[in-house]
Design a protein around this ligand. Sequence first.
Ligand code: FES
Length: 619
Amino acid sequence: MAEKIHRVVYEPDGRTLFVPDGQTILEAARGAGIHINSPCGGTGTCAGCRVVIPEDPPPPTETCLRELTGEEIRRNVRLACQTRVHKDLRVVIPEESRLGDQMILTEGVEGAVALEPNVRKTTIPLPAPSVSDQRADADRLLDGLAEQGLADLRIDVKVIRELPERLRALDFRPAVVVIGRDVISVERPGTSDACHGIAFDIGTTTLVGYLMDLGSGKVVAVASRANPQAAYGDDVVARIEYCGRTEDGARRLHDLVVGALNEIVSEACRKAAVKPSAVYEATVVGNTTMNHLLLRLPVAPIARAPFVAASASAHSVSARDLGLRIHPRGRVYTAPLVASFVGADTVGVILATGMHTSDRLRLAIDIGTNGEIVLGTRERLLACSTAAGPAFEGARIRYGMRAATGAIDHVDLVDGRLVLHTIDEAPAIGLCGTGLIDAVAALLEAGVVDPSGRMRASGDAGALAPSLARRIVGADGETGFVLADKDETRSGHPILLTQRDIREVQLAKGAMAAGIAVLLDEYGARAAALEEVLLAGAFGNFIRPERALAIGLIPPVPLGEVRFVGNAAGSGARMLLVNRNLRRIADDVARGVEHVELSLRPDFQARFAEAMFFPAAGR
Ligand code: FES
């Protein structure tokens, strides 16, 4: 019997898809590259994939009834991952459920590093062969390179196949490209200055590429993309589960990330007027799951106790094998990893901040979708990872969204009045991570929320200013605080921070704070001994440190000891691109860092429970 097909129009773009009967709205959208947020990967637990079906919507499923409010159901909101297509539909993807356009951090610190790239390109005049000099072409080239100080090299047979013709066409004055010990290309003379590399930071949420001139060590262009794998889950565990559920899932996620990296290469090359064929090497830092998906290594054991990676080593692989469109014989170096949930991005942070060479006791916190924490000095470095991200990325928060236009990013309490700021000063759509931290800090300060995380009930205003008391409302069986009134929002509906949202923040900040407490314990130091707290990562850079201190996300240190280091993982990738010797140091760092597996610590749960409390206001 012929399969039933339905016509589904996805707004606001108006794209029409012909969808087999029974497929979910999310599955059909994913297949066509239409992005709908799906933080939990489509398992029905995050409510991040809300869509509106304006006309005659299918009845809500049990999961929709559980995850959505009564008011949302009445407005014909449904979860895209739970709603199956059994007839023609028009589906509207609201702004807060769309991916992309979030602010991506590309700046970072960089330790001073000597310019000694792994790629060298040099023009060498060779003597033409004669009856008295009958050396083979390959030997002639290797001898010429050795005379320039590039000894002990080898030439791949594929390069040798083209060598005789090329050398003669170039009148024995070739520009030679060497990566490590391999001669990979013989080119026209006068192109020696066209020698580039690209450093990638591949995060769970964002991908950034820095195109660098390897002759000067300078960044010549930067490009970034939202990680398209996010359509299959916001965090790495959801993506690993997706790979386990779907036969070609891992291949699909690999193709998605490589596709996005190729877009970054073309955009950066276009900006800098560089040919992609003059980009010879890429360096990559990323968490263990991103690293394995890129290298097509199995990911399932990463998420299962005892949490083991397939490989923690650095690798240098052919760009062509990976599908990366730089020079076809170019190489891709992936930096080494520490453990399953402490990846090469953490190694990048350590290299960029110089923690491995410093005598000062420092704590580095990289608050991405996962939170990675490093503590120590050159004598001893400890690291752990916590599942901090979902709330701070806007997931599992009723009106949560990424840092994009219309997100409330700052909340202040001025003379007892609430003052909001939105990205691009657009009408409010939702609340991003920094806005969330600000809002919680402001409500703690005002006494709307107490240190246990309990929000005052409506009608229990106590000594609150009337302008704040009126904002406490009942919201589908729980208490909520109206952050933005309906006339301040794009949708015309108020934006609330609910009691459940506060609990999510407590879970996220509790996990980070407990991780820090365990590392301090393990190190045998107290928070007061910290000489500096470094905030890294996209999110860390936009946080206001006084707010992070107010909610207890970072240990109580003087404000002046908190320093932003930007996208330090990306800085590490750049350093590894311009200095090949640093790769040996990266290996030592990755092997030397002591990984503390929090889930195996008997004291972690108690620490976590303790860390869920907020500091008392004004402390
Ligand atoms: S509830 Fe649909 S993706 Fe999470």
